[in-house]
Design a binder for this molecule. Structure first.
Ligand SMILES: *[C@@H]1O[C@H](CO)[C@@H](O)[C@H](O)[C@H]1NC(C)=O
Ligand SMILES: *[C@@H]1O[C@H](CO)[C@@H](O)[C@H](O)[C@H]1NC(C)=O
Ligand SMILES: *[C@@H]1O[C@H](CO)[C@@H](O)[C@H](O)[C@H]1NC(C)=O
Ligand SMILES: *[C@@H]1O[C@H](CO)[C@@H](O)[C@H](O)[C@H]1NC(C)=O
Ligand SMILES: *[C@@H]1O[C@H](CO)[C@@H](O)[C@H](O)[C@H]1NC(C)=O
Length: 460
């Protein structure tokens, strides 16, 4: 129908399609919010960089939950640590002046994220400590313009990122551990809404109107309901009225019981990596430092994921239909720890050669091989050909890789190996029953994790 009208009246048709997209209104119900199609750029992008940065980067001890562990849980080790190295009655707020960001160079960060192969970035605009990295009017004396850096860290990163083709997103914590307004609402069993009405929601509007982030990565929701936070009403505004209504993507952390059920894409848990396809788009938010999102000074190389672990996590995440959001924790001075930068650049090198098996792909019929361990599949999203990618993480001892999930399509099947420079080398293959055996050329390559381009194949 639409096609016919297009042929007849191409301009009015385009106009009709355009205005029907634009006039689609979402109601403040999960049913309506969940019905919004996920903007396509998000699934195609596959890889984002998460940045956990705040006053917690100053003690850089244990994790970004330092304040809560120390003062909320009265962790004895942290109490002892503080009394040993800080003056008596030193308060968490006294860390803020040391959050200098004096070596913060957002253009350099953007160049590292670009080299890493990331297509979006998500910065903690405010973590559970409540300190805002932008000059929030509702965070008096607890923001990066009034104290510490004396700079708009959010705005500067947004500007730097937008000089590249990377999309800019923001993390935002709904709750704040020790905010008196939140604690007062909590004491009233959340029958009052002083905190969301005067702090959380005004700040969310401010962030979106000022910085136009294309991802809102919500968190810190779990202690109260979506009714208390007025999440659905705010998301309806975001989807209907906001300056990013057509491209913005949100996650699923919008009130107790909402995670893994409602919103945009699903995060379900930290480091979420289900070994199967999911009903809805999901994201694996994970860390380079195994134990922390914020920078930790005590971490040693053993605490960091190896290059191989990163590639394996990336490949599994993409094969099962997820996006990878890989976290870095900058220092209080605003530098990226070199080990984090190196890991990101290593991932980027792998992607420079093998990115065609990752970006703009979708899960194949099989996500992993049925016979050989550590072989994962993807397929190009926008190709008519019966092609797939096989990514293998274990080089077979006899150089023969048997694929149990793939069979040849007559004599048309072609198999190419992607080299470290991205070039194709055609490989000989043979059949065993309905399986394919790929005859690999022994290679020496800095890149671990190898990609085969399978053309004209059929799933078994
Ligand atoms: C620390 O704070 C407590 C309680 O406010 C006070 O009694 C004590 O004198 C303070 N100690 C110092 C060394 O300031
Ligand atoms: C949130 O809820 C948990 C579990 O009910 C509780 O232990 C914690 O104190 C609450 N957090 C805050 C910031 O009140
Ligand atoms: C707190 O509120 C919840 C839900 O509104 C209710 O189920 C619960 O009984 C209340 N608890 C108290 C102690 O009032
Ligand atoms: C791979 O696929 C098979 C089914 O073909 C399944 O049994 C297995 O659990 C999958 N996952 C892994 C990690 O091998
Ligand atoms: C491929 O197979 C078809 C039919 O089985 C045959 O006609 C054709 O000659 C073969 N082509 C080559 C290049 O072997």
């Amino acid at each position: 129908m639409l096609g016919k009208y297009c042929l007849l009246l191409i301009f009015s048709c385009l106009f009709a399609v355009r205005s029907s997209v634009h006039s689609r209104r979402y109601k403040p119900t999960w049913e309506s919010i969940d019905s919004r199609p996920l903007p396509e750029w998000y699934d195609n992008s596959k890889i984002g960089i998460f940045i956990h940065w705040g006053v917690f980067s100053v003690p850089a001890k244990q994790s970004e939950w330092f304040w809560w562990d120390w003062k909320g849980l009265n962790n004895q080790k942290l109490i002892d640590y503080m009394s040993l190295y800080y003056k008596p009655n030193f308060s968490y707020a006294e860390f803020a002046p040391s959050f200098t960001a004096k070596h913060y160079n957002p253009d350099y960060w953007a160049s590292v994220f670009k080299a890493a192969g990331a297509r979006y970035v998500v910065l903690t605009s405010k973590h559970h400590e409540g300190f805002t990295l932008w000059p929030s009017k509702t965070s008096w004396n607890w923001n990066a313009m009034d104290i510490g850096p004396k700079r708009d860290l959010v705005g500067e990163l947004a500007t730097a990122i937008r000089k590249t083709d990377i999309r800019f997103g923001l993390y935002h914590s709904l709750y704040e551990w020790f905010n008196p307004l939140f604690l007062s609402d909590q004491a009233n069993n959340f029958s009052t809404q002083l905190f969301p009405k005067t702090k959380t929601i005004p700040e969310l509007y401010d962030l979106v109107n000022t910085y136009k982030p294309e991802i809102i990565w919500s968190d810190g929701d779990w202690n109260a309901t979506d009714e208390y936070w007025t999440s659905k009403e705010w998301i309806a505004w975001l989807y209907n009225e906001s300056p990013v209504k057509d491209t913005v993507v949100i996650n699923d952390r919008w009130g107790s019981g909402i995670i893994c059920n409602h919103g945009g894409y699903l995060t379900c848990s930290d480091r979420f990596l289900p070994g199967s396809l999911q009903q809805r788009k999901w994201e694996n938010a994970m860390t380079l430092d195994r134990h922390s999102w914020g920078y930790v000074k005590q971490s040693t190389t053993a605490d960091y994921l190896t290059y191989k672990e990163i590639i394996a996590t990336l490949v599994k995440t993409i094969s099962y239909g997820g996006n990878l959001l890989i976290n870095v924790g900058p220092t209080a001075e605003g530098t990226l720890p070199p080990i984090m930068e190196e890991r990101l650049r290593q991932m980027g090198n792998w992607l420079k050669a093998n990115g065609e098996a990752i970006y703009n792909t979708q899960p194949w019929v099989y996500q992993n091989d049925t016979l050989t361990k550590d072989v994962y599949y993807t397929e190009p999203k926008y190709s008519e050909e019966s092609s797939a990618y096989a990514i293998f993480l274990d080089w077979p001892a006899n150089n023969h890789l048997e694929l149990g999930a793939v069979s040849a399509n007559g004599n048309k099947t072609e198999i190419n190996f992607i080299g470290a420079d991205g070039s194709y080398t055609p490989l000989v293959w043979s059949k065993r029953g309905s399986h394919i055996i790929v005859h690999l050329n022994p290679i020496i390559s800095d890149l671990w994790g190898w990609v085969l381009v399978l053309s004209h194949v059929v799933p078994i």
